[in-house]
Design a protein around this ligand. Structure first.
Ligand code: SPV
Ligand code: MG
Length: 570
């Protein structure tokens, strides 16, 4: 999606482009969708891309798209809605067809409103309200008294707040049949009243009249000493090219109604084709595909944003809970009761609190005791022989979109998961920098971590948590060398999961018989062993530093500490 443009910047673009390019080419638009088409249309010609310089909000096509005639029946409020729709989805300069401008007071309000919105120009025609469209040869056309019209221009000018906004006077003498002389007299009056541009309109099939006007216009402007840009709307005299018009002195060329007319024709044909065939198959070739429309209006972008920002929808949480614990022998560790609720139940509450829904649990030892609803279960009956790494891989199917791994024996604050979800790394382990201060840790083997950068010197780190790069992980690291403790929560993005799977498969295929990092064999490998293997192969494994907010239930003392903590919280 293109970046938005401010009203001030957009408004100034028209004058700037005229100055830079000599002439600008403008296309009619009548709603958001046509505005997107007009804004984006681009063709290659003589090895360079050309596109429209700006957009025209036509009274004829705006009213027609509302099913109404172009006779100042549709009021400004409704026109402003269309203008807003167009501005909302585009960034090119917009020229608004202001009809007659209404009464001078109405015109003052219109100028203020359009200028504030970021419109670059308004064109008003010197006819009497309520005007009739200029292209119908049989319509009654009444020209406004030129002095009165010049005064309306002056009043509009007086309320303008910037030099960028242009008030353009549209001369209708050739439409009403009052001739070239009248047109030139009016042009002189309007220029002297301070107009920012002159549009000469004609409904003839050939451009002679407007070209003659253009020639005389140059002489007139020389005489006055001021030459506002000249505007053409070549709807009827359409054999002349934009470049030819520019060569004759025109600075703004407006293709005033073609997107609406082409849409109208195509819609009629499609509506009739469906009726004729009693089904819509035959109409398909007449239509843009649904995907094309999706793309035009930014649906693809929304989907990409959804994908980017809602990891919660896709990624899984995998809790390996198959092992038999040497301390808690009576049931799976996940089912240890802490103040009336099992660890697993407490984990599920935290996981669901942050919107994660795809939860997988790997069962093994007394697996039948774990029977929470809305969980995908994987089984590792071989839990005695095959350790945590292989246990994790029974849940391979849940890894595809990325996953969060959570050991089944830890209690944690959901904020830890929330910050993990926001990280950008592909493999990120939560590491705690407070392990040195845990007295009760001394009698147990921790998963220790050495990082490339050293821990923050502060006891408690500031939010958001810091990312670091991990060099080594394992239980055999000397406590004095370790920087952190891995708490048993890790994130694998889609790419991270892919790396994990590939490294695992590769090790498995190699049929490693002896030690695998700290394990006596690949079969007995733990999750930290494969992480070390991933690091050794040159992939980045990050650590996300937290300070407390979790507790691992390793032994009975931990259980007591957890119970004490929870009871003081509740
Ligand atoms: C419009 O597009 O609404 C115009 C130009 O005013 S014309 O229809 O030619 O009058
Ligand atoms: Mg109009």
């Amino acid at each position: 999606m293109k970046k938005d443009i401010s009203p001030d910047r957009r408004r100034a673009l028209l004058k700037k482009l005229i100055k830079e390019k000599g002439f600008v080419r403008i296309i009619e638009v009548h709603n958001g969708l046509s505005a997107l088409i007009g804004e984006r249309a681009r063709v290659k010609q003589k090895n360079e891309f050309i596109e429209y310089d700006g957009l025209w909000e036509s009274s004829f096509t705006d009213t027609a798209s509302k099913g109404m005639p172009d006779a100042e029946i549709v009021g400004y409020e409704s026109r402003l809605q269309t203008i807003d729709e167009i501005l909302n989805v585009t960034s090119k300069p917009l020229v608004v067809d202001g009809d007659t401008g209404g009464s001078p007071s109405q015109f003052e309000f219109l100028v203020k409103k359009l200028e504030r919105l970021g419109v670059s120009a308004v064109i008003i025609e010197d006819k009497v309200f309520p005007k009739r469209n200029s292209l119908d040869p049989s319509a009654r056309q009444t020209l406004e008294n030129p002095e009165r019209f010049a005064q309306k221009i002056q009043r509009g000018n007086d309320v303008k707040i910037s030099n960028d906004f242009m008030i353009i006077a549209r001369i209708e003498s050739l439409i009403a049949g009052t001739g070239l002389e009248d047109a030139l007299k009016r042009a002189e009056k309007y220029i002297k009243a301070g107009v920012d541009g002159i549009m000469i309109h004609s409904k003839e099939d050939t451009p002679e009249d407007v070209l003659l006007f253009a020639k005389e216009y140059e002489k007139l402007c020389k005489k006055i000493g001021k030459r506002p840009p000249l505007v053409s709307v070549p709807t009827t005299y359409n054999l002349i090219t934009d470049q030819e018009l520019a060569n004759h002195g025109f600075n703004i060329i407006i293709h005033a109604n073609h997107l609406l007319r082409s849409a109208h024709k195509a819609m009629k044909q499609t509506a009739e084709t469906i009726l004729l065939n009693d089904r819509n198959f035959e109409a398909e070739p007449l239509c843009s595909s649904v995907q094309e429309i999706f793309k035009e209006v930014g649906f693809e972008w929304i989907k990409a944003q959804d994908r980017k920002y809602s990891k919660e929808q896709k990624i899984s949480v995998i809790i390996p809970a198959a092992g038999k614990d040497p301390v808690f022998k009576e049931k799976p560790k996940a089912l240890i009761d802490i103040c009336g609720k099992t660890i697993l139940k407490r984990q599920l509450e935290s996981i669901r609190k942050i919107g994660l829904r795809n939860i997988a649990v790997i069962r093994g030892f007394k697996g039948e005791m774990i029977n929470q609803k809305n969980i995908i279960y994987y089984e590792n009956p071989d839990y005695e022989k095959k350790h945590s790494l292989h246990s994790l891989f029974t849940a391979r199917k849940s890894m595809d979109n990325g996953f969060i791994l959570i050991y089944s024996d830890i209690l944690f604050n959901e904020e830890i998961l929330r910050s993990l979800m926001q990280t950008e790394g592909d493999i990120v382990l939560i590491v705690d920098n407070s392990y040195r201060y845990h007295k009760h840790d001394i009698d147990k083997k921790l998963d220790l971590v050495i990082s490339k950068t050293k821990p923050s010197s502060y006891y408690r780190t500031l939010q958001p948590s810091k990312m670091l790069e991990i060099k080594r992980i394992g239980k055999n690291i000397e406590k004095k060398d370790a920087d952190y403790e891995f708490i048993g929560i890790a994130y694998f993005s889609e790419k991270g999961a892919e790396i994990l799977k590939k490294v695992y498969d590769d090790c498995k295929n190699k049929n490693i018989k002896d030690n695998f990092h700290e394990a006596i064999s690949f079969e007995k490998a733990g999750i930290t062993d494969i992480i070390q293997e991933i690091i050794d192969r040159g992939f980045t494994v990050n650590g996300l530093e937290v300070y407390k907010g979790w507790i691992e239930i390793h032994n009975r003392k931990d259980k007591e500490i957890a119970e004490e903590m929870i009871s003081t919280l509740t």
